[in-house]
Design a protein around this ligand. Structure first.
Ligand SMILES: Cc1cc2nc3c(=O)[nH]c(=O)nc-3n(C[C@H](O)[C@H](O)[C@H](O)COP(=O)(O)OP(=O)(O)OC[C@H]3O[C@@H](n4cnc5c(N)ncnc54)[C@H](O)[C@@H]3O)c2cc1C
Length: 379
């Protein structure tokens, strides 16, 4: 970093989700930051099931969020990386040069399926992982009623099925999964999920492998079976990525193992810590990894060696419609303990956790120096 020591460090942040926004806000007082994201609104992605079910808005004005920070928001899509020239190409025709790049492009539904025949094929519907696709699913639900199959028994599938069944009782909702639902939950946690889904008339079909969208036997099929990182830009540019997940392979400080002037955060990073192991794709990991890359870049710019990421899981928070939920206590490595909170109190806790994510970003805009002291976000 010697060559850039005397001039303001140029940092380009790709992706304005939880991770990228956090990184940009923390870096802003010390660097010339350009945030590249086509959307002029920050999407609360953890509310996309609410948007699909009918919540009118899950976005926040990006201009308001970044006001006064000095961050330039380039409303464009990154289309190519040239690590040799330290350049990012965008679909608005601008090429951005950087000293450090933060890659935080998130993830999307893996429409290839997990490779065991559990693929969506010609699904009449597939995925609700962007604000646009969730809003389009809502339109489809309003045009109903009919039969909806949610494929995938992980937390996203559970949240989607419960939310939609509660808001659209005219639709027959089924939750299909090759294994059992909520595989990462405790016995008590899973029992509670089953009870609530039953109350909402969601038919759970476990051990049900879906060959393609037609096989699900529904008017609309929502695929939540697997997530893949938005890693193709990185891979095409020669960065080392995990072939199974598309995530960028990073060292303990979240630097690309093949291109150390590129950092990765959020769903796009194959981050791990000694206590947590491999980090799950989550808002709960996107904020701390976004904060961490900012701290690492700042440390590096001062000539110090960036610290390794320190992170351990605490809880999994699951909404089950607007009036019920599950707070599953977990060990640092994300394995479940038997302790759970359920019902309305859990729904309230989950709502506060979701709000806190936006509150933390707003705080980072006003007082970026305070972020390292927020429990669970870290340096
Ligand atoms: C329905 C649903 C419910 C969820 N619930 C929870 C939950 O309860 N708790 C939890 O911890 N996690 C939850 N998650 C997961 C969580 O939303 C993600 O893990 C989190 O959003 C990842 O943050 P990120 O910043 O890495 O990526 P994202 O939030 O996905 O942001 C990526 C950004 O990159 C932008 N982008 C993409 N491609 C380009 C490009 N080429 N150029 C420029 N910009 C681009 C996108 O517009 C987006 O703004 C849920 C996810 C879904 C879909």
């Amino acid at each position: 970093m010697k060559s850039v020591a005397r001039q303001r460090l140029r940092v380009v942040v790709l992706g304005g989700g939880y991770a990228g926004t956090m990184a940009a806000l923390r870096l802003a007082p010390y660097a010339q930051v350009t945030l590249v994201d086509p959307a002029d609104r920050f999407t609360e992605r953890v509310r996309l099931h609410e948007l699909a079910a009918g919540r009118p808005e899950v976005g926040h004005s990006r201009a308001a969020m970044l006001r006064g920070t000095g961050i330039e928001h380039l409303a464009a899509r990154a289309t190519g990386l040239d690590p040799g020239a330290r350049a990012v190409h965008t679909d608005c025709g601008r090429t951005l040069l950087y000293d450090r790049l933060v890659y935080a492009l998130g993830s999307h539904t893996d429409l290839r399926g997990p490779g065991d025949g559990d693929a969506p094929g010609r699904a009449p519907w597939a995925g609700a992982f962007t604000a646009e696709s969730a809003a389009a699913l809502h339109k489809r639900l309003r045009d109903g009623p009919g039969a909806l199959a949610v494929v995938g028994g992980g937390l996203t599938g559970i949240e989607m099925a419960a939310e939609i069944a509660e808001a659209h009782p005219g639709w027959q909702v089924r939750l299909l999964t090759g294994g059992e639902i909520g595989g990462g939950l405790s016995v008590r946690g899973r029992d509670h999920v089953r009870t609530v889904l039953d109350r909402l008339h969601v038919r759970v079909e476990e051990g049900r492998r879906v060959a393609d969208g037609d096989d699900a036997g529904a008017d609309a099929v929502l695929w939540t079976g697997a997530m893949a990182a938005a890693g193709s830009l990185a891979r095409d540019a020669g960065l080392e990525t995990d072939p199974a997940t598309g995530r960028i392979l990073v060292d303990a400080a979240l630097r690309s193992v093949s291109h150390p002037d590129i950092y990765a955060a959020g769903d796009a990073a194959a981050a791990r810590t000694p206590r947590a192991g491999a980090l799950r794709m989550a808002c709960a990991t996107a904020l701390p990894t976004g904060s961490h890359v900012a701290g690492a870049i700042l440390a590096e710019s001062r000539g110090a060696e960036p610290r390794p990421l320190s992170y351990a899981f605490l809880v999994q928070c699951v909404s089950l419609g607007r009036h019920d939920g599950l707070i599953q206590s977990v060990r640092g490595d994300d394995t479940p303990r038997e302790r759970v909170l359920t019902g309305r109190p859990a729904a309230r806790v989950k709502e506060q956790v979701v709000r806190n994510a936006v509150r933390v970003l707003r705080l980072a805009a006003r007082r970026p120096g305070a972020v390292p002291f927020i429990p669970g976000i870290g340096r």
